[in-house]
Design a protein around this ligand. Sequence first.
Ligand code: C5P
Length: 216
Amino acid sequence: RPLVVAIDGPAASGKSSTAKWVARELGLRHVDSGSLYRAATAAALRTEPESARWTEASVLAAAAPIHLVPGETTFHPHLGDEDLEFVIRGKDVTSHVSQVAQMPAVRAWVNRQVQATAEGHPIVVDGRDMGTAVFPQARVKVFLIADPWERARRRLVQRLQRAPEEAEIAAEVDALTQRDAKDEAQTQQASDAVLIDTTYLTQEEQVERIVALARA
Ligand code: C5P
C-alpha cells in the first residue's frame, strides 16, 4: 500500500492544521485537496463574478492554469505565477466553493492533481473523500469529527486571534452547518477509516493518534 495518510472530515474539523502537523512529524509532504476546489472557485469568480452563469465547462476553463506548487510545509495553488493561498481563504470563495465542488468534471480535475502529488512521494492529504474516491488504497485513513460549537469556536479563535463571544460562535455554527449540508454528497467516510472525535482532544493528542496509526 502506498504511504498515503488520508484525513477526511467536515468543514473546520481541524483537518488541514492536523494534517500539516502529522506531515511534519512523519517527514512527509502535505496536500490540502480543498485548496484546489477553492482555487478553482477563485479563478471562476475572476472570470465571471455572477456565479449563476457558471457551467462545468466555464469553471474548468478558468481553473486550467492552476497547478500545485510545493512550499516549505504544504503545496500552494498557483494561477499561472500567482500564489492563491491567501485569496482562497476569503469569504467570497468560501461561500461559492460548494457549488464548484459539486461539478463532477471539477472533482475529476482535483483528484488527478492530488494523485499526481503522491507519485513517488509519500503524502498526508486532507479533504472530504480522500480515503474513498481518491486514495482507496491509502495506508492510513482517518475521519475527523467534532461538535459544531467546538468547530465554530476553534475556527473563530484562529480567525480573530481572541476568545469569540457566544453570538459570534452561534453565527459561525450556522455558516458551518450550511456548508456541511451543501457538501454532504461529497463527504464520505471510508468504511476502513478510523473515526476520531476531536471535541475533547487537543490538537497535539489528535496528531499523536494519527502518527501512531501511521507508524503501526
Ligand atoms: O477543506 P475546505 O473547507 O478548505 O474545503 C473547501 C470546500 O471544498 C469544501 O466546502 C467542499 O465543498 C470542497 N471539498 C470537496 N472535497 C474535498 C475537499 C474539499 O468537495 N476532498
